[in-house]
Design a binder for this molecule. Structure first.
Ligand code: TEU
Ligand code: CA
Length: 557
């Protein structure tokens, strides 16, 4: 059985802390900041990709799986980070990106040099069909999934993301063997396991049929349609990975799996018979991402977020673990994305924290979330380096939006929001670097940063620290991670309230994101575990003022 963790943290290395002044965050920088994570109660650390990469998709295009990118440091730096983390009781997860590699990877270069060589079999190479692409799928970053194999105009290779991210052919046994060997190598270096990138994308139909065109209107269909149809294929590979690598090494895994999936599918992914330890719950996000582009996203009412999040918790199979993430490196900031406008501030951030940290599952805090960071105000598309932003901007213009309108769409939904340098202090460049940062800082860094929040008892950071401590209380662990969620009858749309029930234990969480007080019955001997904002208690009732939350342990009856 993999270990039990209490609070996880996602670290985006390029933007966390720069130790050498070149403007790019690095592994030594991350290692220096481990005590900060420790104080947050973090015991599981997912580090986004740091292997050799040309950086087309910020490290999600890997050119050498066993070499640290020199921008981030060396293998020795990584070993030191893992050792330091271990001393502090923090386990490290690698980001396993094996649906695709980089077009700079040796394997792909060999395939280009000789499409009949062994490594050519690691990719999907196909001839065109009647002078056209082999099929009509659209890549996740726009355009066809096919591009001509460099040097061979008669052959195409498949890429579900950028053209610099050729998809790996999981049907090839030698490819699988090499990936498993690489995974064992990292596990032997001391990583506890993997966050597994876009893993259901490995389920492909090697005959590459055409799919019915979708809403985008270019005659193509999103490549995810093939993955949806080929989940069983992906599962076959994942079961083999589990048997050959994960189980023997007791590795902890969290799969990046997009849902929502029905309970019988979930049982194949998590729980006693599942291939992963945990999967992310993206139910709310996938209601947005199914649209034809950012320009078509509409803000989700909090009530809808609540319903989807509760439904995900209730669908989770017995013993299965959900990885809870309200934001990550692919999303806008949670406070700006899910909360009503009047709550996009530290009160809203703290109340959301109380909810997140007591939902069933293992919370993953994304760097800066613990400071209540909001979306960035980007002044132009030139300030947004993400490859997806360029494509979404193009799509918005093509759809008829003006440049200003397209920019405001990106100011709402772009992945760049979470990728700006972490604000450590009010010093120049937020104390992130002594040099020129690779990406601009958040406009509010002088006010919203770790140093100013550090000893402020009312800061978002302090709230997260207290919640992190709560999650470590031994008597609450099973209750918090696995027990059932029972929604409370809601009085309002801008209210989130639920019980967690485990044997005789009953935990109650309530958060008020509206602009009127909410009142609840609460026995006088209920133990208040956490409050934020203004919570009034009298006899057996309590009132939550706007922007407040409580967590209470109810007396046994
Ligand atoms: O993301 C996969 C994925 O589903 C996203 O591309 C998603 O569709 C998009 O961000 C929604 O806005 C993973 C990584 O997390 C992402 O950073 C990578 O770009 C992608 O895989 C390719 O490796
Ligand atoms: Ca650096």
């Amino acid at each position: 059985m993999p270990q039990h963790f209490h609070t996880a943290f996602e670290l985006y290395p390029a933007s966390f802390f720069d130790s050498n002044g070149d403007g790019i965050g690095d592994l030594q920088g991350a290692a220096q900041k481990l005590p900060y994570l420790r104080r947050l109660g973090v015991d599981l650390l997912w580090i986004c990709p740091f292997c050799l990469s040309p950086g087309v998709d910020n490290g999600y295009d890997i050119a050498d799986y066993q070499m640290v990118d020199p921008r981030f440091g060396t293998l020795d730096d990584f070993d030191a980070l893992v050792a330091r983390a271990k001393d502090l009781g923090i386990a490290v997860l690698m980001d396993l990106v094996v649906n695709h590699c980089s077009s700079e990877h040796e394997w792909f270069k060999r395939a280009c040099a000789d499409p009949c060589c062994e490594e050519a079999g690691f990719f999907y190479l196909r001839p065109g069909k009647n002078g056209q692409m082999p099929n009509n799928l659209r890549s996740n970053f726009g355009g066809s999934i096919w591009d001509p194999l460099p040097g061979h105009d008669d052959l195409y290779y498949c890429h579900f993301y950028a053209k610099e991210q050729p998809c790996l052919n999981w049907f090839n046994p030698e490819l699988r063997a090499r990936i498993y060997a690489m995974m064992r190598w990292w596990l032997a270096r001391g990583v506890a396991g993997f966050r597994i990138d876009t893993i259901m994308s490995i389920g492909k139909d090697p005959s590459f049929p055409d799919y019915p065109p979708d809403l985008v209107g270019d005659g193509r269909c999103a490549c995810g349609a093939m993955n949806d149809a080929c989940q069983d294929t992906a599962l076959t590979f994942l079961r083999e990975m589990k048997a050959q690598v994960l189980s023997p090494c007791d590795a902890f895994t969290v799969g990046e799996v997009w849902g929502p999936l029905p309970p019988e599918k979930l049982k194949q992914l998590i729980g006693p018979d599942g291939v992963f330890t945990a999967i992310f719950d993206f139910s709310a996000r996938s209601e947005l991402t199914c649209r034809p582009g950012f320009y078509a996203y509409t803000p989700m009412p909090l009530k809808r977020w609540r319903d989807l999040t509760f439904a995900a918790a209730q669908r989770t199979p017995e013993g299965g673990l959900l990885a809870l993430a309200v934001e990550n490196h692919d999303s806008p900031r949670a406070v700006s994305c899910w909360l009503p406008e009047s709550m996009r501030n530290s009160s809203g951030a703290k109340a959301l924290a109380a909810v997140l940290m007591t939902l069933p599952g293992l919370p993953f805090i994304y760097q800066g979330q613990e400071l209540g960071m909001t979306n960035v105000h980007f002044n132009s598309i030139a300030e947004m380096p993400d490859i997806q932003s360029a494509e979404e901007y193009r799509r918005a213009l093509e759809h008829g939006l003006t440049p200003d309108q397209a920019l405001s769409v990106l100011n709402r939904w772009a992945r760049d929001h979470g990728r700006v340098p972490f604000p450590w202090s009010s010093a120049p460049q937020g104390g992130f670097t002594t040099g020129q940062p690779w990406m601009r800082l958040h406009q509010d860094y002088a006010a919203v940063n770790a140093a100013v929040q550090d000893d402020d008892p009312h800061s978002v950071l302090t709230a997260y620290r207290r919640l992190g401590q709560l999650r470590r209380r031994p008597e609450l662990q099973t209750l918090l991670q696995y027990s059932a969620l029972e929604p409370k009858d809601h009085q309002q749309d801008l209210e989130i309230a639920f019980f967690r029930v485990h044997g005789q234990q009953r935990l109650f969480t309530a958060a008020n994101f509206g602009n009127a007080a909410l009142t609840y019955q609460l026995q006088a001997d209920a133990e208040m575990l956490f409050t934020c904002g203004t919570v009034l208690r009298r006899h057996d009732a309590c009132a939550l003022m706007p922007g407040s939350a409580l967590i209470a342990l109810l007396p046994e009856n």
